[in-house]
Design a protein around this ligand. Structure first.
Ligand code: PMP
Ligand code: GLN
Length: 389
């Protein structure tokens, strides 16, 4: 056999995702898993029942239409109108995907040429790095620095070159919890318009904002609709991460480009679940308000517990993750800390360093997920308190 490495250079070095590694560690050690972001209770019973009904009624058991079932595309369109006043045509401006993950992959594969530069917030959600690389493009980090984890917009301007094709933005941001303000969003939009950039926005935590922070889709800003591919997913908003129903909205030309790539990735996915998510998107406002309030209470429960345990806590304005600094505990290497945490305290967390190009910049930061039942968070907090003892 040839001595050429089997894994191509585009994927070399990406390893196993940290989420798989840390969830396996949780299973192996029996530790409480506050690593991978998935809720430990399923979403609304009515939505689960809607999936069962679809399955029983034979809706979606065979290949659904390539762009997604019309019921879901219409529901996505209505959701954009209801929450953001955005008008999108369900027939040409909505594309259903296998989670936000496929939407991001298809967008990168469709919109980038080898050598194009993509500016994204660092720490990056791990699939961005892989997808930009698979498209042969180059990622350019705009680092969100502690303690505020806010983007430096002068730095953003300085990073735009003639090769910059696209901004890949995530707000609310995983793992820091940063939610772009109206002012930041306007400034970013103005730069995108000035330099004629495409923008892909990952909005999977759109309904999880706290303390008065408000999610503003960049597509709502002047000059942005025609250049923005907005991505979201049912996983986080409705607590069904295993269903893998996501979607893309945007102008016809961009959605059509993304569809060109998407049709050769999965073609289609999640047939019956698409019908159920269509119902979920039509849940009354009270559902979204209760979901947010429940998660806010959990954020505070875990944040207070982490503070009592000696961590420096960056209380997030969005998402269901808390980034902490472990230096007050006398630690500085998040990787080593997370690898031994199950043994030391029976808890699993994620080292933020994996989300950085310059890993040393993320070394002291560790992420905990709070999308867990109250009793689980209380137990985790009480276990973590033994760390400083
Ligand atoms: N983007 C971000 C920022 C995420 O945290 C996640 C995980 N939910 C995804 C995308 C992937 O979403 P999905 O599970 O719908 O593929
Ligand atoms: N988005 C989830 C997180 O950040 C993980 C999803 C996955 O495992 N790919 O924890």
């Amino acid at each position: 056999m040839s001595t050429r490495p089997l894994l191509n250079r585009r994927l070399d070095g990406l390893g196993t995702t940290i989420f798989a590694e840390m969830s396996a560690l949780a299973t192996a050690t029996g530790a409480i898993n506050l690593g991978q972001g998935f809720p430990d209770t399923d979403g609304p019973e009515s939505v689960r029942e809607a999936a069962v009904r679809a399955l029983r009624d034979g809706r979606g058991n065979q290949y659904p239409p390539g762009p997604g079932v019309p019921e879901l595309r219409t529901a996505v369109s209505d959701h954009q109108q209801r929450f953001y006043g955005l008008t999108v045509d369900p027939d040409t401006e909505v594309l259903v995907t296998a989670g936000a993950t496929e939407a991001i992959a298809a967008a990168m594969l469709a919109l980038l040429e080898p050598g194009d530069e993509v500016i994204a917030f660092e720490p990056y959600y791990d699939s961005y790095v892989a997808c930009i690389s698979m498209a042969g493009a180059k990622r350019v980090p705009l680092t969100l620095r502690a303690p505020s984890f806010r983007p430096d917009l002068d730095e953003l301007r300085s990073k735009i070159t003639s090769r910059t094709r696209l901004l890949l933005l995530n707000t609310p941001h995983n793992p820091t919890g940063t939610v772009l303000t109206a002012e930041e969003s306007r400034a970013i939009a103005a730069l995108a318009v000035e330099h004629d950039l495409l923008v892909v926005t990952d909005e999977v935590y759109e309904h999880l904002t706290f303390d008065g922070a408000r999610h503003i889709p960049l597509a709502t800003l002047p000059g942005m609709r025609e250049r923005t591919v907005s991505v979201s997913s049912a996983g986080k908003t409705f607590s069904f991460t295993g269903w893998k129903v996501g979607w893309v909205t945007g102008p016809r030309e961009l959605v059509s480009a993304v569809r060109s790539a998407k049709q050769f990735l999965t073609y289609v996915a999640s047939g019956p679940f698409q019908y159920a998510v269509a119902e979920a998107l039509r849940l009354p406002d009270a559902y979204f308000a209760d979901f947010r309030a429940t998660m806010l209470a959990r954020r505070d429960l875990l944040a207070n517990g982490l503070e009592r345990a000696g961590f420096k806590v960056f209380r997030p304005a969005g998402t269901y993750f808390i980034t902490t600094d472990i230096r007050p505990l006398g630690e500085s290497d998040g990787f080593a800390f997370c690898r031994t945490l199950p043994e030391r305290a029976g808890v699993v967390a994620i080292p933020n360093a994996v989300f950085y190009d310059h890993r040393e910049q993320g070394a002291p930061f560790v992420r905990f997920a709070f999308c867990k039942q109250t009793a689980v968070l209380e137990e985790a907090a009480s276990r973590l308190k033994t760390l400083g003892a």
